[in-house]
Design a protein around this ligand. Structure first.
Ligand SMILES: Cc1cc2nc3c(=O)[nH]c(=O)nc-3n(C[C@H](O)[C@H](O)[C@H](O)COP(=O)(O)OP(=O)(O)OC[C@H]3O[C@@H](n4cnc5c(N)ncnc54)[C@H](O)[C@@H]3O)c2cc1C
Length: 546
């Protein structure tokens, strides 16, 4: 009997695999998710989703009822051991270019449950629980995977055009490919204490900066708080898990008797990356590709970015809308981004968690000083330590980001609220959908608008003419009204008449009238209309508005 054949096999239904499968499902690709465990785990692990991660949930259609119920972080206070404030970020005053909270907290098992519920929307995405990958082989056309059904105790083979290895830190796929995990493992450990609270109060986020306690203390859900702390080299790894020590970590913040400890996890943290993220038709994503230290809350966020990056590319290649070389840009784009997040997280960890009590006190005094200085204060208050990163190379006009200060290629495009015809006020991404888009600035010359329309038609994308806020209530068909003026500002800042966005909202090209023809020619050469949305045909395409 011929093996079951699908477009994509996803190994692992952790948050990264489940997100990838949701996005593939949106594109109508026939997907099998292979998961070793028979039931979902209950361990509270990652807790932070940045605004880009939340935007990826939006792209997957996982907001509202279907979403994980993110808990916004509205304020973060840096404190010393005596709970004296060193610095504070008031997130309600920080700009939110992506249309989501700068940081939102969550409980990982619930987040995964939301992702798994999301998969039930797609008859063409199947989850095989209790199945473990035993081996795989690839050839010119696809990948064949031997899978052990651990419940029925039999072996089956499944074949796909591509395989996404989302099988976590100890990835067996990575090991079978012979890929080394390069980097370092910290001498410190992290202790993650999850407690159940009887009500949704108190609601705060503290960043303890020592000398003794360094970590994060925060509400993650209406009924859960997390108390995470760094365990220094030389501390007794058994004692730190004891009820006595756990109480001592909780007590400075709330009465330990008012909460119920749900879990205490001690884990080593790493700054490591697989030497390659792709071998032939197999791609590594999430923890299988990179392991991040916890200080910037980027472990999971980086994995979700991997999923958002590879899935639209697979959809275009499998749908005949782009050449297979598009897939080469996955690692070119994602590796430097993840490496930079790792470097920043390492630096923050080194600054906060290293050194003895004397150094820690000096550091805390320095943080306080920086916070109150006119030049450095805004850097902390406006949360600029996490920079807006961009792709320097990859699937961009000319293959590289331009050198000028105004260059926009590879940047993540903002998501303001816009007004769109009878649909009324909406976040921009919901208007665009899962396709390329060409946006023209308010008042763009007619020839630019005509070129934008032709460009969108040639690549199967959508052209949206941005109209000024004054046109609210009177926007024409094909127009988005720039209610907050943010899109107009963006065009002015980059000196462009037109911008081309990829389906993952990264800028492919931004140009003025003079460069439009060149962008059009380059784009037309690389992207064709998606006439076949995976194996599911055009039904999904119609649903997605393409
Ligand atoms: C105790 C703990 C605390 C953490 N705290 C934080 C935090 O505060 N912040 C943060 O950002 N990150 C944190 N992390 C890391 C975060 O949880 C990971 O970055 C995230 O879970 C990675 O998701 P993933 O989908 O790549 O891998 P995983 O979540 O590990 O999922 C991998 C999946 O693959 C399955 N699998 C593995 N091998 C096979 C196979 N051969 N066949 C079939 N299925 C297979 C596994 O069963 C699993 O379901 C923590 C991790 C731990 C363990």
């Amino acid at each position: 009997m011929a093996p079951e054949s699908v477009d994509v096999i996803v190994v692992g239904s952790g948050p990264v695999g489940a997100m990838a499968a949701n996005l593939l499902g949106q594109y109508g690709l026939r997907t099998v998710v292979i998961e070793r465990e028979t039931t979902a785990h209950t361990q509270s692990r990652a807790i932070n989703a940045d605004d880009e991660a939340q935007r990826i949930f939006q792209a997957a259609g996982l907001t509202g009822e279907l979403g994980p119920g993110f808990h916004p972080c509205l304020k973060m206070t840096y404190v010393d051991d005596e709970m004296r404030m060193l610095a504070e970020v008031d997130f309600t005053k920080v700009e939110r270019p992506n249309g989501h909270y700068i940081g939102a907290l969550f409980n990982q098992p619930r987040l995964e449950a939301a992702l798994h519920r999301g998969l039930e929307r797609f008859s063409h995405v199947t989850m095989w629980r209790g199945h473990e990958v035993e081996s795989f082989m690839q050839d010119d056309d696809g990948v064949s995977v031997r899978v052990k059904d651990t419940v029925a105790n039999r072996t089956v083979t499944v074949r796909a055009r591509y395989l996404l290895a989302c099988d976590g830190a100890k990835s067996g796929i990575r090991r079978r490919l012979g890929l080394k995990l390069e980097g370092t493992t910290a001498l410190e450990h992290a202790l993650a204490i999850s407690v159940e609270t009887p009500s949704s109060a108190p609601d705060f986020t503290y960043y303890p900066c020592g000398p003794e306690r360094v970590g994060i203390v925060t509400r993650t859900a209406h009924d859960e708080m997390r108390f995470d702390t760094v365990v220094k080299p030389g501390q007794d790894l058994e004692y730190v898990k004891s009820p006595e020590y756990v109480r001592s970590i909780i007590a400075p913040f709330i009465d330990p008797d008012s909460v119920k400890v749900k879990s205490v996890n001690l884990y080593a943290y790493h700054s490591r990356m697989a030497e390659k993220w792709r071998v032939g038709r197999v791609f590594l994503l999430g923890d299988a590709a990179h392991l991040m230290p916890p200080f910037l809350g980027q472990g999971l966020c980086s994995g979700l970015r991997d999923a958002a990056n590879i899935t639209w590319k697979l959809a275009h290649v499998l749908g005949g809308a782009a050449d297979a070389s598009l897939l080469d840009t996955y690692e070119v784009e994602r590796r430097p981004h993840a490496a930079e997040m790792m470097r920043l997280s390492d630096s923050l960890g080194a600054m906060l968690a290293s050194g003895g009590p004397f150094m820690a006190r000096a550091r805390n005094a320095f943080i306080k000083l920086l916070y109150h200085m006119p030049v450095t204060g805004p850097f902390i208050r406006e949360y600029k330590m996490k920079p807006n990163l961009f792709h320097a190379e990859g699937f961009l006009f000319g293959g590289k980001r331009g050198k000028s200060k105004q260059a926009a290629e590879g940047a993540y495009f903002p998501q303001p609220r816009v007004e769109h015809g009878e649909e009324g006020e909406r976040p921009l991404d919901d208007v665009i959908g899962h396709r390329f888009s060409v946006l023209t600035r308010p008042g763009a010359p007619a020839e630019v608008q005509q070129a934008a329309k032709a460009m969108a038609e040639d690549i199967g994308g959508v052209w949206l003419s941005v109209a000024p806020a004054a046109r609210s209530g009177a926007g024409r068909s094909g127009e988005v009204v720039d209610l907050e003026g943010k899109l107009g500002e963006w065009f002015a800042q980059h000196g462009s008449d037109l911008v081309v966005l990829r389906p993952d909202r990264y800028v492919y090209a931004a140009t003025n009238r003079a460069g439009v023809a060149q962008v059009h020619a380059a784009l037309k050469q690389s992207v064709r209309p998606l006439t076949r949305w995976g194996s599911r045909g055009s039904r999904r395409a119609a649903q997605l508005g393409a």
